[in-house]
Design a binder for this molecule. Structure first.
Ligand SMILES: CC(C)(COP(=O)(O)OP(=O)(O)OC[C@H]1O[C@@H](n2cnc3c(N)ncnc32)[C@H](O)[C@@H]1OP(=O)(O)O)[C@@H](O)C(=O)NCCC(=O)NCCS
Length: 177
């Protein structure tokens, strides 16, 4: 499957050939600091685990939930996907995303989120009517991206996450079909 985003990037399935790109991009600690599920440091073992988990999940759901963001040359520069889904019949899901640092602040993720959510609602075959996002309160870039992509704020969660010895406040956003 392929989701065309614009003339810079497209979204498609993750493959075993993406391993080296994951390892390279996740050398950037800021990606780890702003997310919950990406380990640091990130090496062979972590990349193998992730690519295998995505392939198993795709088999189980019959449709990929986690996808690669690629340049027009096909190089992986980011990721976007649905988390916390338990079955194909779920009506709500949570979005997660990251982009390689050298591509930040060019509007790429805003466009990816818009196109990805449209695909989820209209083409994926899932019955999802709600996509939510939980963002660390100090992650200004991610907050801006969600608002630009049409998500609406639903609340502020104090000490919602615990990471590296600290409790972290989070903001909740959602997009409704
Ligand atoms: C969050 C992330 C995906 C954004 O991707 P991106 O392609 O750079 O986003 P966009 O370019 O579409 O939009 C970023 C917006 O945030 C703004 N921004 C960036 N850093 C900012 C800061 N420190 N304070 C305020 N605004 C900021 C940019 O100016 C831009 O807004 P604008 O279009 O009004 O100028 C990227 O920064 C990233 O991968 N971060 C690390 C992982 C992460 O945080 N994932 C999300 C977890 S919820």
């Amino acid at each position: 499957m392929r989701i065309n985003v614009n003339d810079q990037v497209y979204i498609s399935e993750i493959s075993t050939e993406d391993k080296e790109d994951y390892i390279e991009h996740f050398k950037e600690r800021k990606i780890f600091e702003n997310t919950l599920a990406i380990p640091f440091p990130y090496g062979d073992r972590e990349a193998d685990w992730w690519i295998n988990a995505v392939q198993e999940e795709t088999r189980r759901f019959g449709t990929p939930l986690n996808l690669a963001i690629r340049t027009t040359e096909g190089q992986l520069i980011g990721g976007i996907g649905l988390m916390s889904m338990t079955s194909r019949n779920d009506h709500a899901a949570e979005i997660g995303y990251w982009l390689a640092k050298s591509y930040w602040n060019k509007g790429i993720m805003t466009n990816c989120i818009k196109k990805f959510c449209k695909w989820v609602f209209k083409e994926s075959g899932f019955e999802i009517v709600r996509i939510q996002a939980r963002v660390f309160a100090n992650n200004e870039a991610s907050t801006k991206v969600l608002l630009k992509a049409g998500f609406e704020p639903e609340g502020y969660m104090r000490k919602r996450f615990f990471k590296e010895g600290n409790y972290i406040d989070a903001r909740l956003y959602a997009l409704i079909r």
